[in-house]
Design a protein around this ligand. Structure first.
Ligand code: CDP
Ligand code: CDP
Length: 225
């Protein structure tokens, strides 16, 4: 069976990385979390004195840094210049700044090249905001995963609570709203549903339900390509 290239985009907390990882595992494909790459750049910028909006200074940081995505005991670990930052990049501090860094053309160009190289061999599930529209416009299957903002904020809140990070649900919902707005309104590669993407609303759908829906679409698609 031909190895597909699958693009999953959508707003924060829609379930993209959870669902994409399971789909990739079931199909024995490679999962690529592009949000983790933007978060890694943001973390590196936050370690310096550089302002997140200073494109020239951020460009220097991006050019000098090495981002690693590796699987260790079945879990994806993210490194920046060899330092494991898997946990740090998920902290609310990083979430608050990431959209500002991700809107810079210099950052997007660097990530686009890396992400396209990673998908060259096929058999890939890549998730993010601009995968179906910019990174992999010829993907075999494009999914736009979404859910109501209330549901997405609740999911993120539960996830943070399990890690012992306490935040107000209301603040989290506002942060997600602001980030979705910034991601959707930026000039370069904004978050938008690709014309040929299939919309999957997971507000009322379990993780298994979303995974099964995507696996069914993969099966259909692999018969037709
Ligand atoms: O997990 P969550 O949905 O909260 O975010 P993420 O997928 O880790 O992405 C973090 C941020 O990176 C997004 O809010 C975007 O600003 C940026 N991003 C992007 O611009 N393009 C992508 N392909 C992936 C993420
Ligand atoms: O990657 P994205 O930001 O789109 O979302 P995620 O990090 O995969 O999912 C956010 C949280 O929602 C995780 O804790 C998932 O377990 C949960 N989730 C859920 O409860 N129901 C779904 N249908 C999908 C995800």
């Amino acid at each position: 069976m031909k190895k597909l290239i699958i693009a999953i985009d959508g707003p924060a907390g829609a379930g993209k990385s959870t669902v994409a990882q399971i789909v990739a595992r079931q199909l024995k494909y490679t999962y690529i979390d592009t949000g983790a790459m933007y978060r890694a750049v943001t973390w590196q910028v936050m370690q310096s004195d550089v302002d997140a909006g200073d494109a020239e200074a951020v460009q220097k940081i991006v050019c000098a840094m090495q981002i690693g995505l590796q699987y260790v005991n079945g879990k994806m670990r993210v490194t920046a210049n060899g330092v494991d930052i898997t946990e740090e990049i998920r902290l609310p501090e990083v979430s608050r700044v990431v959209s500002e860094v991700a809107k810079l053309a210099v950052v997007r160009t660097a990530m686009l090249t890396l992400q396209q190289q990673m998908a060259l061999q096929g058999g890939v599930v890549m998730d993010g905001r601009d995968i179906g529209t910019h990174v992999l416009p010829n993907a075999d299957l494009k999914i736009f995963l979404t859910a109501s903002i209330e549901e997405r904020a609740k999911r993120r809140w539960l996830e943070l609570a399990e890690k012992g990070v306490s935040v107000e649900l209301k603040d989290l919902q506002e942060e997600i709203y602001r980030r979705d707005k910034a991601d959707s309104e930026r000039t370069v590669a904004p978050l938008v549903q690709a014309k040929d993407a299939i919309l999957l609303d997971t507000t009322e759908l379990s993780i298994d339900g979303a995974v099964n829906a995507i696996l069914r679409l993969c099966e259909e698609r692999s018969r037709s390509v």
